[in-house]
Design a protein around this ligand. Sequence first.
Ligand SMILES: CC(C)(COP(=O)(O)OP(=O)(O)OC[C@H]1O[C@@H](n2cnc3c(N)ncnc32)[C@H](O)[C@@H]1OP(=O)(O)O)[C@@H](O)C(=O)NCCC(=O)NCCS
Length: 188
Amino acid sequence: MQDDTPERAMLPVHVRLRDGRTVLLREIRPQDEDELRDAFHRLSADSRYARFMIPLREPPPAMLAAATRPDPEHDLALIAVSGEGGADQDIVAGARYVGASGSDTCEFAVTVVDDWQGLGLARRLMEVLIAHAAARGLRCMEGYVLAANAPMRRLAGQLGFVDRRCEDDATLWVVSLDLSRHLGHHAA
Ligand SMILES: CC(C)(COP(=O)(O)OP(=O)(O)OC[C@H]1O[C@@H](n2cnc3c(N)ncnc32)[C@H](O)[C@@H]1OP(=O)(O)O)[C@@H](O)C(=O)NCCC(=O)NCCS
């Protein structure tokens, strides 16, 4: 996708959350590695497990490096930053989809730091991911969600994802969205 598409052009964008706080949504950059590590440490053990599905106390350096260097041809990685551009800026959420050469399906993941959950932030990040992936011509967005992860399963349902049990793992559901229905709808 070119940089002048509506989906990329609308970033960065300030978003006002349900409690009145404001965050900046923007694409991640390699310089965000240290801040991303700090954000990881602000996640509760439950949130970490819900996202990574293994008990992870420290993010491996290779994981941070990859997370801050998405492939612009196939991926989109967004962060939400608090602090209104001041000295106290923190990454409070992240969302990405990852595509692959020759495939019209991408896989998403989204994480919101615990203090910032329940304010509509994941929904907003997902709307941007969906609009962007649809505009790029991808046909399907999928994600793996723990069966016990009620907030994510509910959010996915509200966004139009359908879910099915993962054949290989009884603790997981696969949620998938037909992106062709989203063409022409740009998350504002
Ligand atoms: C799942 C997660 C991303 C939701 O983020 P969030 O910013 O709190 O979600 P939102 O505020 O946008 O809520 C969207 C919807 O999710 C549901 N939801 C959010 N928090 C919920 C809660 N505590 N209980 C039940 N449903 C909840 C609601 O249906 C909500 O809809 P509403 O707008 O009508 O209230 C967040 O809880 C999180 O980061 N969890 C840990 C990581 C994870 O599970 N990632 C998903 C794996 S890909």
